[in-house]
Structures are given as C-alpha cells and as structure tokens.
Write a protein that binds this ligand. Structure first.
Ligand SMILES: *Cc1c(COP(=O)(O)O)cnc(C)c1O
Length: 472
C-alpha cells in the first residue's frame, strides 16, 4: 500500500498541465538526460490515498497522549497556524528593510517584552533556533563577560549538576570550558557541600535547570546562586522546564543572569520530527549588552533592529525562526499573564495527580511533591526492565514516556502529562501503567514480548542512532 511503484501504471497521471500557449521547443541535446528519469505513474486519487495513509501512520499530539518527560508535548493550538500563515508574516522577506517590516518587527519587540516580563529579566534576544543553541548563546555571553574583565584564562570551568540534560555539558565544552559535574543529594537537590567546594577563582559559572530533570524544584536555589556569585561566577538557567514555574517564579528575580526558553516546548511551537524550534535568551543587567542581535527596539513610534553594544554577534541568520516566534507570540497573547499562571498550575497538578495514581506500582524516585513531571523506575519485578514497560505501553495505545533519562535514576521513566490533557486521559494512562505492573508479576512474557500490537517489534534503536541509513 505504501509503495508508489506497486500502484504505478504506464500512462497514469495526477497532473493536468494547461495547454501550451508558446511555441513548443525541444530541450537542447546537451541538457538532456541519458536515460528517462524513473518515476512512478499514478492517478490523482491513488496519490492522495498514498500520502493520506502515510500521514496516518504518524504518531502525534493531535492523535494521542504523548507523555514524553522533559519535552513538554502539549497541544499546539491551531490558531497559531492561522496567525503564522497571515500573508504579511508568511510572505515577509528578510531583505525588505525595516521600513516595510514594521508589523513583523513590532511582533518581535512585543514578544521580547513578554518574555522579559514573564521571566523577570531586562532584555531578550529571539535569535537562537533551539534550546541547545540558546544554551550556547548564554555560555558564550558569560565567556565574553569574563574575557572583558580579563580573567577568562583563570575562569575555565562551568559547573553542571549530574541531573542535567546532555546538551549542558556539550554546550560548556563547545564554548571552550571544562564541564565539572556536581552530584545531587538525597532529596534530588544540588549537593551544597560539593557545590561550594568548586566555588573558587577558576569558576566561570553554573548551568542550572530549575525545576531539574527529576521534576523537582531546587530547594536551595538562592543559596546555590549566592555561592556562585560570591565566587565571581555567573548563573545560566536552562529554561526547558519553564512550563512548571512561569507566572509564579521569575528566574531573573531569583538571581539568574541569563536563561533560554524553548518556544517549541513551553509556548506551543509544534515539535517532534525535528521541525524548527526557537530558543530565545533573556538576560539581566550584567549580561544584556552581550545578547546576540539584531534586537527589536522602539524609537518614538518606529520599530528598528539593533545590535546590543557588546554583542557576541549573530547566532543565526536574520531574526531567528520567525514563524515559530509568531506562534509563541500568539499563544502568550491569547493567554495573558493570568492564563500562563493557569497553565503552570494545571501542569503541576496533572503531574502530581498522575504520580499519586501510580504510586503503588511505580513509586517516584524521590518522595517529594513534583513539579510538571516526575521520575520513577521501571524495574518493578524480577527480570523486568524499563524498556519492557515502555514497549508494553504501546500495546495499550500510549506513547511511552522518556526512558533511561535522567541518568542518575537507574531504569528511569520520566513522565510529563502537561496541562492540556484531561482528567480522563490521565486516569486511563494510570490504569494502563497499573495493569502493566500486575502483568509484570503475573504474566511477565507479555512485557518481554511487547509490543505485540505493532507491525515491527523491538527495533535496534542504538544501531539506528550509530549507523543511520537515511533515504527519502
Ligand atoms: C529539550 C531540552 C534541552 C534542549 O532543547 P532543544 O530545543 O531540544 O535544543 C535542554 N535542556 C533540557 C532540560 C531539555 O529538556
């Protein structure tokens, strides 16, 4: 069914070209191919069925619950697509100049201000294309700050808690720093003694995800920030988990110096499938002049684009991923401050409700109330691994959560239901998990042989990453 060659028949066609209204001329001999291109020939309806059926094989948030921890797979409102496809935005050309781009620059200006307001920072750059690029942006800003102070030679290390996303140490290394891991304590917080031990004259800064990837709020966050600042280091915030605190906690007021957002997570840019993202970066007084430009500014009634005075330079061509920024702006504008707070409260409520519903079969790794996600373990019975639980969930019609991350919890399962799921969906998912826990004891072969419901069974996932065979 999904092979165009199988339904190909000579002379069939799905295109109807208009009558020629110019003289017919042969393609010059030297431009001709030696062989005719091999193309399938199909009728329009067969073509439509082919692609419609292919599209229905996709798993997406529009079809199913998608509780992928750390990824914030929330519903992406369709109104975002309407605004992003308004002709003035969709057809804007980056070279048409400020004068003819006033509406687009105004949108950038407003979005910068919205993000600065919700995070408590002074200035925002919309340049970076993703969270990881936002991280690199922030650490390069910290690097330039130390360089201008003349102590970059000495300050060569960035501290990174052991619960961090893998992009954090990769970022520090790419920016030329040594990444030093800080362990977590028994409560899932940054180990204060270990942190203070590293707060010396070689410290450039720290990267903190709050709440961290265990779904836990750093209980000593102010003490951590003070210790780093006292040693002359700066504090970077990985804002991927902003969905758990926006409208309630402002990282800029907590003492963070710079932070990125994932518009494609928190602010409903569609994601999954590697589509474009956006990772704006906000900074406080100390670092705002180092932000990458151009940044939108308003002078009188006119909008301009400017480079901050000490900018690290561009991180991306033009103005960032503009179409995703339109979507984020639409989302924030529709919700307003009160709506964003609602989002946070419901994201946290949903995660805690789900955590409570499965606590007897999948107890959380840390016995604390969680933020927008929680981490438990999948080795719930003799011979059962997290992978078995994840694959069995597919048979119950659910996308498995994130597994084997964060690294500090063995056999980790990381569940993030998001605020957009109904109580019924969360209860159905909990019921599936609880049934799987019973099967793990009474019928473990169901887990070992899962998924039973799919055409292909267990795939060589590590092999697929290490030896990709790409074709289209
Ligand atoms: C998703 C994520 C990132 C990276 O963001 P991308 O947009 O995927 O580059 C960084 N840190 C954490 C905690 C994340 O969840």
């Amino acid at each position: 069914m999904s092979n165009l060659w199988k339904i190909s028949g000579e002379g069939r066609s799905a295109v109807y070209l208009p009558e020629l209204d110019v003289p017919e001329t042969a393609v010059p001999q030297k431009l001709r191919r030696k062989e005719e291109p091999k193309l399938p020939e199909v009728a329009e309806m067969d073509l439509v069925r082919h692609y419609t059926n292919l599209s229905r094989k996709n798993f997406s948030i529009d079809t199913h619950f998608y509780p992928l921890g750390s990824c914030t797979m929330k519903y992406n409102p369709k109104v975002n697509e309407v605004t992003a496809s308004l002709p003035g935005f969709r057809n804007a050309h980056p070279y048409q100049g400020d004068k003819h781009s006033q509406g687009a620059i105004e949108l950038l200006y407003n979005l910068q201000n919205q993000l600065s307001a919700v995070s408590g920072f002074d200035e925002t750059s919309l340049q970076p294309a993703a969270g990881a690029q936002g991280e690199l942006t922030g650490i390069l800003m910290i690097r330039k700050y130390h360089k201008e102070k003349g102590d970059l030679e000495l300050r060569n290390k960035i501290l990174i808690p052991d619960s961090a996303h893998g992009t954090n140490p990769a970022t520090a290394a790419m920016a030329g720093f040594k990444a030093v891991e800080i362990p977590s304590d028994d409560h899932g917080n940054i180990d204060l003694a270990a942190l203070k031990n590293e707060c010396d004259e070689t410290l450039a800064g720290i990267m903190i995800t709050n709440p961290n990837t265990l779904g836990l709020f750093e209980e000593n966050i102010e003490e951590v920030i003070d210790a780093v600042h006292a040693a002359g280091g700066l504090v970077y915030g990985d804002g991927a988990n902003f969905n758990a605190i926006m409208g309630i906690v402002k990282p800029g007021e907590l003492g963070f110096d710079v932070m990125h957002y994932n518009v494609h997570k928190t602010f409903t840019g569609p994601h999954g499938g590697g589509g474009p993202g956006a990772g704006p970066v906000s900074a406080g007084q100390l670092l705002k002049d180092y932000l990458p430009g151009p940044i939108a500014v308003k002078e009188g009634e006119v909008f301009h684009l400017k480079q901050p005075v000490k900018t690290i330079g561009r991180m991306k061509l033009f103005y960032g991923n503009f179409g995703i920024l339109v979507r984020g702006y639409t989302y924030i504008s529709m919700l307003g401050a009160a709506g964003l707070k609602d989002v946070t409260e419901n994201a946290v409520l949903n995660a805690n409700y789900l955590k409570a519903l499965v606590k007897d079969s999948f107890p959380a790794a840390y016995d604390r109330s969680c933020m927008h996600e929680f981490v438990c373990r999948g080795d719930i019975a003799e011979g059962i691994h997290t992978l078995d639980v994840a694959k069995r969930l597919i048979d119950y019609g659910f996308h498995p959560p994130t597994i084997y991350f964060p690294l500090i919890v063995p056999e980790a399962i990381m569940i993030e239901p998001t605020e957009t799921e109904s109580r019924e969906t969360i209860e159905a998912f909990a019921e599936a998990l609880n049934k799987i826990a019973e099967e793990a004891v009474n019928a473990p072969e169901l887990l070992h042989n899962a998924p039973a419901s799919t055409g292909l069974k267990r795939l060589d996932e590590a092999g697929a990453v290490k030896n990709p065979v790409l074709r289209y």
